[in-house]
Design a protein around this ligand. Structure first.
Ligand code: 3PG
Length: 216
């Protein structure tokens, strides 16, 4: 199966309204989760490098289907950018933004969704050419009100809020005009993962996929 052509972040955020953030215990767990999410209509996801299974899980997930878009999350160093690209990641997500990360991603051709939390972070992101950024940690950093407040000074910028978002809050975030998509781990609750309740993951993925109505 041929891989899809490289996509920009603005194309990636249109694939699904929710980007699940996965922190995996093992490659095997990753295979099961990706399958369950895919069955629920999820075609874009982020696998974090917070566990040692991360890189290998990215490799497996990116081979799962030609229409799945696998990103690497929690990027903090240039070395990780290179490793993740080699493993098959097609985009990267970072909790914050440094020039090292920016240039590593640019040099290797990995579209980056960098994290911001403050107006100064935003000014740096804009100066480096970003027009979509992750807003992290979304709920703790002011949630819906902060995103509304950002829309006047930064009308050109769109956000992917992540951190503390639940299924109940998801629709309100997606309804904001400056929100392109949202991210979160609520599609893979700890209890369901431990119990290997993949049906529950598929159910949550279906519900998340239906949130696309908020973006039309
Ligand atoms: C992230 O890495 O973006 C967040 O940890 C996901 O946040 P959540 O677990 O609160 O959804």
């Amino acid at each position: 199966m041929g891989k899809l052509q490289m996509k920009s972040i603005s194309e990636i955020v249109q694939i699904g309204p929710v980007i699940p953030v996965l922190t995996l215990e093992s490659v095997e767990q990753g295979e099961k989760v990706v399958n369950a999410l895919y069955k629920g209509g999820v075609k874009v996801l982020e696998i974090t490098l917070r566990t040692s299974a991360g890189l290998q899980a990215i490799k497996c997930a990116s081979q799962f289907s030609s229409d799945i878009v696998v990103g690497v999350g929690t990027l903090t160093t240039a070395v990780q950018v290179e490793e993740a690209k080699r493993a098959g990641a097609t985009f990267g997500v970072s909790p914050g933004l440094t020039r090292d990360l920016h240039w590593a991603a640019k040099d290797i051709g990995l579209p980056l969704l960098p994290g911001v939390m403050t107006p100064s972070d935003i000014l740096i992101a804009l100066s480096l050419g970003y027009d979509i950024v992750k807003f992290f940690p979304a709920q703790l950093a002011g949630g819906l009100d902060m995103l509304r407040a950002f829309s006047d000074p930064f009308p050109m910028l769109r956000f992917c809020p992540t951190g503390g978002i639940t299924q109940e809050l998801a629709g309100s975030f997606l309804s904001l005009p400056n929100v392109a998509c949202i991210g979160g781990s609520w599609l893979t609750p700890k209890e369901a993962m431990t119990a290997q309740n993949w049906g529950e993951v598929t159910r949550l993925a279906c519900a998340a996929s239906q949130l696309a109505q908020h973006k039309t």
